[in-house]
Design a protein around this ligand. Structure first.
Ligand SMILES: CC(C)(COP(=O)(O)OP(=O)(O)OC[C@H]1O[C@@H](n2cnc3c(N)ncnc32)[C@H](O)[C@@H]1OP(=O)(O)O)[C@@H](O)C(=O)NCCC(=O)NCCS
Length: 202
């Protein structure tokens, strides 16, 4: 059940917020045992899958501005995120063969992984993260946005870890529609966003 009363704030992951992101990852055992949210980036987890390497490569992406991520804060603590970026920044989606098979048009933007820290789940953190990411995409000019969420309906209740690309229902809330199925429970979902330039002063 959503807890609308918690007033989250959002900030982009950058040099100023890196320490907050790192604290969240470290409080959750590196996320997936040390991924540091590298799975979608061109390097993936790296051949050696070393935790410190993943951390360092992620840090370098943030320094260079080649990682886009919205952090969700509960007060001063980062409690979750939504990763997004153009396909060149996030080439490593799941089920690439099935994805490529019926690919008609690459999106302008992808939603990568979504994460909420343990103890903060089912309180609207991921919802705030996706809202923040979509607002940032609109500010950057909008365009075609893809997400690769897991179907919820018609299967047994799943642990949150299965939903690292998000549950389908969350994206439906934001106007995403099913495009095609790329795995037993995974869909390509799309929404086209207008540019979100602020209206001119009246
Ligand atoms: C999936 C995940 C991101 C959801 O985050 P969350 O902050 O708990 O989600 P929200 O509270 O914002 O939920 C929004 C909606 O998504 C859906 N949803 C969220 N978690 C769900 C679950 N476990 N099962 C089914 N639907 C779910 C619901 O529709 C929910 O709305 P509701 O609570 O009003 O029913 C979280 O469980 C998580 O981080 N899991 C681990 C994922 C992971 O390992 N990511 C790292 C990969 S590198």
């Amino acid at each position: 059940m959503a807890t609308e009363s918690i007033a989250y704030t959002t900030r982009p992951l950058d040099d100023d917020t890196w320490a907050d992101f790192a604290a969240l990852v470290e409080a959750n055992n590196g996320v997936w045992g040390g991924c540091w949210c590298m799975g979608f980036h061109p390097e993936g987890f790296g051949q050696e899958r070393s935790v410190s390497r993943n951390r360092d490569v992620k840090r370098e992406h943030v320094r260079r501005g080649t990682a886009h991520q919205i952090l969700v804060y509960d007060g001063g603590e980062a409690v979750g995120w939504c990763q997004y970026g153009p396909p060149a920044e996030l080439p490593n989606i799941k089920n690439p063969k099935a994805y490529d098979k019926d690919l008609a048009e690459l999106p302008d933007w992808r939603i990568g992984c979504i994460f909420t820290g343990k103890g903060h789940r089912r309180q609207g953190v991921a919802r705030a993260a996706v809202a923040g990411a979509l607002a940032a995409i609109q500010e950057a000019g909008g365009g075609l946005v893809e997400a690769y969420p897991e179907q919820v309906e018609g299967r047994k209740p799943q642990q949150g870890a299965y939903f690292h690309t998000g549950p389908e229902d969350l994206f439906t809330e934001f106007g995403f529609e099913r495009d095609r199925k790329i795995a037993k429970w995974r869909w390509v979902m799309k929404v086209r966003l207008p540019s979100g330039d602020p209206p001119a002063d009246s």
